[in-house]
Design a protein around this ligand. Structure first.
Ligand code: GLY
Length: 377
């Protein structure tokens, strides 16, 4: 064998790890295995790179990891685009996070308090000021935060660019299903593919919500958290879409709209603990449409282009699983929950270090795959 590294799962995380491993010559051969590359959660993602508006009181490590990854994103995006020769659709307009009813405003203020206590200042504005800055916001918006440093990425452009970047560095893509990772009790020996064995010296499990089934050390550590999104497009007669990512709580229910080229928005996302139920539900679409319309009334006149569902890979403490775990040669790059797009930049650095045999970078240590899982505190 010629020092073969297998990466299982060709979502954004797996494709990015395979690209960096090939680019940095971290293995003699890099094989990326997925029956349908880019078809899972990465395809359905909103693409917000928004650690502050994803932060909940009590989840400081999630915020810190996300902030570290956000800082790495511009360099990551530039490198992927340069190697792949394709744009990744990075947007720099920032986020506006808004509240609609009194309870939503109270929640928003609690989040501001926590962020300030953690040393992260944000600009809080009333509804009128927000509408002045972001005219697509409707009259129901009462208050909100401006978060200018957030970024957003076009998830599907990123997937195409990562695929091209990997190809440019010799990543071999195998469109097959992996049933499990094999080991001899001490070290990894390969993977089982549709009943056949592919030998490997090292395996990175980046199979998102499906990761837990691939090796006993990951069993029960990653669960599917279903999410539904809509993709809508402003028509010639429509009010223009917002330039920033808009996040809102509408009667306690979170909704977001992330701009894309061509007057499009990705509107998301529902969140259910429903196992691997693949259907887009009428009730989910109803909630997304109703909630986004409260905040961005012009959307009612947009064309509905797509409704889709996928599965976030959730963990018990909402931190991903990164680096070595279990038998020698087994690595995880999974469990990114709601933040796969955001955390891909910190993940590739962590996995590159781990594949070199170095400790995880400080920023990624809280997410070490060999930590014992704890509930968020
Ligand atoms: N990152 C947004 C979501 O998971 O819906």
């Amino acid at each position: 064998m010629t020092d073969r590294l297998v990466v299982v799962g060709a979502g954004a995380v797996g494709a990015a790890v395979a690209w960096v491993a090939a680019r940095d010559r971290l293995a003699g051969e890099v094989v990326l295995v997925d029956p349908d590359p880019g078809s899972g959660a990465s395809r359905v993602a909103g693409g917000m790179l928004a650690p502050i508006s994803e932060a909940w009181p009590g989840e400081r490590e999630v915020l810190e990891l996300g902030a570290a990854s956000l800082a790495l994103w511009p360099g990551f995006a530039e490198a992927v685009a340069a190697d792949g020769g394709l744009p990744v659709g990075l947007r720099r307009e920032g986020t506006v996070q808004v509240a609609v009813d009194a309870a939503d405003v109270a929640d928003l203020d609690r989040v501001v308090e926590h962020l300030r206590a953690w040393g992260r200042d944000v600009e809080r504005c009333g509804g009128r000021e927000l509408r002045r800055r972001e005219p697509a916001l409707g009259p129901a918006v009462r208050a909100g935060l401006l978060i200018p440093d957030d970024l957003a990425v076009d998830n599907r452009a990123l997937l195409a660019a990562l695929e091209a970047a990997g190809r440019a560095h010799g990543v071999v893509v195998s469109r097959r299903s992996v049933s499990r990772v094999l080991d001899d009790g001490v070290r990894v020996t390969g993977i089982e593919l549709d009943g056949e064995v592919l030998e490997a010296d090292r395996v990175v499990v980046a199979a998102g919500a499906w990761s837990g089934a691939l090796h006993p050390v990951l069993e029960g550590r990653v669960r599917p958290v279903k999410g539904e999104i809509l993709r809508v497009r402003a028509r010639r007669s429509s009010l223009p879409p917002p330039s920033r990512t808009v996040r809102a709580a509408v009667s306690g229910r979170p909704v977001y709209a992330v701009p894309r080229e061509g007057g499009r928005l990705v509107v998301g996302a529902t969140q259910y603990e429903a196992g691997f139920d693949p259907d887009v539900l009428v009730g989910g679409v109803r909630d997304l449409v109703g909630d986004v319309e409260r905040v961005l009334p012009g959307v009612a006149d947009y064309a509905l282009e797509e409704a889709a569902a996928s599965f976030r890979p959730g963990t018990d403490d909402n931190l991903p699983l990164l680096g070595p775990v279990g038998p020698s040669g087994l690595f995880a790059a999974t469990g990114h929950g709601r933040n796969g797009m955001l955390l891909v930049a910190v993940t590739v650095g962590a996995l590159a270090a781990a594949l070199r045999g170095d400790p995880l970078p400080d920023a990624a240590r809280a997410a070490a795959a060999d930590r014992s899982a704890v509930a968020p505190g």
